[in-house]
Design a protein around this ligand. Structure first.
Ligand SMILES: [Ca+2]
Ligand SMILES: [Ca+2]
Length: 289
């Protein structure tokens, strides 16, 4: 795939994916889903175990009320799950509920589209500037990254506890310039993709210790792990997706044809990365098996 990626335009590549997937009749559903277009600044995608995919759409940046979550159904159809959001970015699923970072607030959205505001901007200690990714641990504590402004001011990580208490557990004084992608890596451990430096960090939540694990990811955005334990990181600024055998290993480039690869997810069957291309307005199913 890497060789092909180097020599083909993005459009041609999408066609190739479709043909490859169509060749296997058992994936006929995925033909429809190989690339969904017409999305308004898609930022993040998450798959339900039943196969449906939920994707956030920012709409216009800085414009309130035009954001939404769209659901891609198993038959290839899609529809808005909830509208009227502001600039929704990271989306996570926990116990059949969706959690979305909507610029400066945290939302919980039921699978039938009911929206609860868990936290408004005023509920956050400090200043929520650019809430980005959402990650949830096994107990149900919710971690929200804040990428701050262009210089990282007001950046950090918040924790919305099971009891509903919000704390800023990492501030903009840390080594992470613009925290973006979050991924649980065991009890009390978060992997953090730094949009500002292109580095990958491990954050020990209790001690506050940060360890730089890797680097070179440009505008590092999404983080996800597959069923083999491989790690994937997207580079929003350069339209790339990398695969890592281990968080510290040499990154392997698996795709570089995106305009802006945002917060990636993984399909329910584990065979595809879900890649929202924010500027292209598409959601691509990138084969990884
Ligand atoms: Ca918007
Ligand atoms: Ca992100």
């Amino acid at each position: 795939m890497q060789m092909i990626t180097k020599f083909m335009s993005g459009t041609a590549l999408l066609v190739l994916f479709t043909l490859q997937i169509a060749a296997a009749a058992e994936y006929s559903v995925k033909v429809e889903l190989a690339a969904m277009s017409g999305l308004m600044m898609p930022e993040s995608a998450v798959a339900h175990p039943d196969g449906r995919v939920f994707v956030t759409e920012i709409g216009e940046f800085g414009v309130d009320g035009d954001g939404k979550v769209t659901v891609l159904n198993l038959d290839g159809s899609s529809e808005p799950l909830v509208t009227g959001l502001n600039d929704p970015k990271g989306i996570a699923l926990f116990e059949n509920q969706l959690y979305v970072a909507d610029n400066d607030r945290l939302l919980r959205i039921s699978l039938d589209g009911r929206k609860d505001i868990l936290a408004t901007a005023q509920d956050f200690p400090g200043t929520p500037q650019f809430l980005n990714d959402v990650e949830i641990d096994g107990l149900g504590n919710i971690y929200i990254s804040d990428s701050g402004d262009d210089d990282g001011k007001h950046g950090g990580i918040y924790r919305y506890s099971v009891e509903g208490v919000i704390e800023e557990i990492l501030t903009d004084a840390s080594a992470i310039k613009r925290p973006n992608g979050l991924l649980m890596d065991g009890v009390g451990q978060l992997l953090v993709a730094d949009f500002g430096t292109g580095k990958l960090f491990r954050f020990d939540i209790d001690s506050g210790n940060l360890t730089a694990l890797n680097q070179g990811f440009g505008g590092a955005d999404g983080l996800v792990r597959d069923s083999y334990g491989f790690l994937y990181i997207s580079d929003w600024a350069n339209g790339k997706v990398w695969q890592l055998v281990d968080p510290r290993s040499t990154p392997r480039l698996i795709a570089d044809h995106y305009e802006s690869a945002a917060d990636i997810g993984i399909s329910a069957d584990g065979r595809f990365l879900l890649v929202p291309d924010m500027k292209a307005g598409t959601l691509e199913f990138l084969p990884i098996r």
